[in-house]
Design a binder for this molecule. Structure first.
Ligand SMILES: Cc1cc2nc3c(=O)[nH]c(=O)nc-3n(C[C@H](O)[C@H](O)[C@H](O)COP(=O)(O)OP(=O)(O)OC[C@H]3O[C@@H](n4cnc5c(N)ncnc54)[C@H](O)[C@@H]3O)c2cc1C
Length: 490
């Protein structure tokens, strides 16, 4: 039995800790914050329960297979419901399209917007399903240490068949002409942190996940997943220590020996570093043991950061459903202001999650719990004045699109932005979702899961393989646990 230290209690760290404990090792998870869950923490205020980060539960099979690996199911830890409709998009001037969580109805909807598009959608989703199988069930599980891992017939032919090298934008445009249909098909890839013109079409697997597998919600909120994973880890004997910040990784003879923290030292035969990769290697490791230079990091394309508002409203808002996207301004302009010339956006698109539509436990009776998110570029100057100016912008648009008064009924309001991501998670440039999934940052081209000098450090989380998002974080924890187990066997 070896002592393994896991730095960070986000989804990747919790997943890794469970796999390692199951393999018989002694695991200690060290978390700097007072609560586990990383970017998926939650907080309670004035009777509202706010999820702080993720809100879209997609790819339920990934969560299920995580818990199944330990003889459990998701139902042992939380109750999952399928949302109907899946989400809605406000296109401005009162036009709202609701996206059914049912393929037949979805095909009817497409056909009503563009003649002939139902058949095209069917084909698009069939290709998406194939990519999902190759992408999520094969490619995503590779440690991506060498391209040779991908040199098998099924994977290569899968990648070629899946238009891997074509951009998502041109792929979508080859199917649909109506700009609203193009928006519906392009929106899921926004989770991958780059413009559809820079995302490989392999990721139309996201459309299959969003539109055919469907959108789900764990009752009680997304934090229930983190709580469930922690419960599982504790059942397996993992020791989770919060308010414990790792300050330095100590080495001897080209191996790590221990970590020093504000709560003392922890002996470590191996380390899983699941906090932000850049912070771990640039701040906790001596320079000679870093995989990458500062200029390497400066050249990385980061997925966006976010300006978020957690809002409690003392009335019901009729026009909202659980997931609401406001595409009532120019997508091109907003993307330009995030990716091409990073700046505070002029008229941003935004997203409103209203979980109180599904779940009475997250807001007092007859009230609404709102999570408003504006994607923004990383590294921007973040001030209270700017946050407030953007709050005014979005609340005005929200009221207009919902044809309702909201601001005067707000009983709780808290903002969260770049400075908070840096302070709470040591997030490089205040990123929310890690690295963008562009072609030049895919697989072997992502920051490596292995430390190239110190054989007993492995990285996990959204800045390494397979990438950002909750399902990839679960897979990342699994891959780095497997790497660690193999190393310890040698
Ligand atoms: C606002 C927002 C919305 C999102 N929406 C979705 C969504 O709808 N669906 C989806 O699938 N994904 C979504 N994501 C992405 C998803 O939440 C993340 O990709 C995932 O949670 C990342 O998990 P992780 O384990 O890589 O990292 P993290 O969750 O960041 O965990 C890393 C942990 O390490 C800790 N740590 C860092 N440094 C140290 C140190 N020195 N010592 C001790 N501890 C340390 C941090 O405090 C943190 O708890 C969203 C993310 C954000 C921020």
């Amino acid at each position: 039995m070896s002592n393994i230290t896991v730095i960070g209690s986000g989804f990747s760290g919790l997943a890794a800790s469970a796999y390692l404990a199951k393999a018989g090792h002694k695991i200690t998870v060290l978390e700097k914050n007072s609560q586990i869950g990383g970017r998926a923490r939650a907080f309670e205020a004035n009777g509202f329960m706010f999820d702080m980060g993720p809100s879209w539960y997609w790819m339920p099979d990934t969560f299920e297979s995580f818990f199944n690996a330990f003889g459990k199911t998701t139902q042992d830890y939380y109750q999952l419901v399928k949302l109907e409709p899946g989400f809605q998009i406000f296109f401005g001037k009162g036009e709202v399209i609701q996206i059914p969580n049912n393929k037949e109805e979805l095909m009817n909807l497409f056909e009503s917007i563009e003649k002939g598009s139902a058949k095209k959608l069917d084909l698009f989703l069939k290709e998406g399903k194939f990519k999902y199988k190759v992408g999520m069930q094969k490619l995503a599980h590779k440690p991506a240490i060498s391209w040779m891992e991908f040199a098998n017939y099924e994977v290569i032919s899968g990648a070629l068949k899946s238009n891997m090298f074509r951009s998502m934008k041109s792929y979508v445009n080859s199917f649909f002409k109506d700009p609203r249909l193009a928006s519906i098909m392009e929106f899921p890839v926004l989770f991958l942190g780059a413009k559809p013109s820079n995302i490989p079409a392999l990721y139309s697997l996201m459309n299959y996940a969003a539109l055919e597998l469907g959108t789900f919600y764990p009752m009680g909120g997304m934090y229930k997943i983190a709580e469930g994973m922690k419960e599982l880890a504790l059942e397996l004997g993992v020791n989770v220590i919060t308010n414990c910040e790792v300050e330095h990784i100590l080495t001897q003879n080209k191996l790590t020996k221990s970590v020093s923290t504000n709560k003392g030292s922890f002996l470590s035969d191996a380390i899983i570093a699941s906090g932000d990769y850049h912070h771990i290697e640039q701040k906790l490791l001596d320079e000679e043991f870093r995989n990458y230079s500062t200029s390497y990091w400066d050249k990385r394309i980061l997925a966006p950061s976010s300006l978020i508002f957690y809002i409690g409203v003392s009335k019901k808002i009729k026009k909202l459903i659980h997931h609401n996207l406001f595409f009532d301004s120019s997508f091109e302009k907003h993307s330009f202001e995030i990716y091409d010339e990073p700046q505070w956006p002029s008229e941003p698109l935004f997203y409103v999650c209203c979980p109180s539509k599904t779940d009475d436990s997250v807001a007092p009776k007859e009230m609404e719990n709102l999570f408003i998110l504006i994607p923004i570029a990383t590294g921007l100057k973040d001030t209270d004045e700017l946050r407030e100016a953007y709050f005014k912008k979005v609340i005005t648009r929200l009221e207009k699109e919902c044809n309702d008064t909201i601001e005067e009924h707000i009983t709780y309001k808290k903002s969260y932005c770049i400075n908070d991501f840096v302070n709470d998670y040591h997030a490089f440039k205040g990123n929310a979702y890690g690295l963008a999934n562009t072609l030049s940052q895919t697989a072997v081209l992502k920051p490596s899961i292995r430390n190239k000098q110190l054989k007993n450090i492995f990285y996990a989380g959204q800045l390494t393989v397979p990438g950002p998002g909750v399902p990839p974080a679960l897979i990342s924890g699994k891959i780095s646990a497997e790497q660690t187990i193999n190393y310890l066997k040698k």
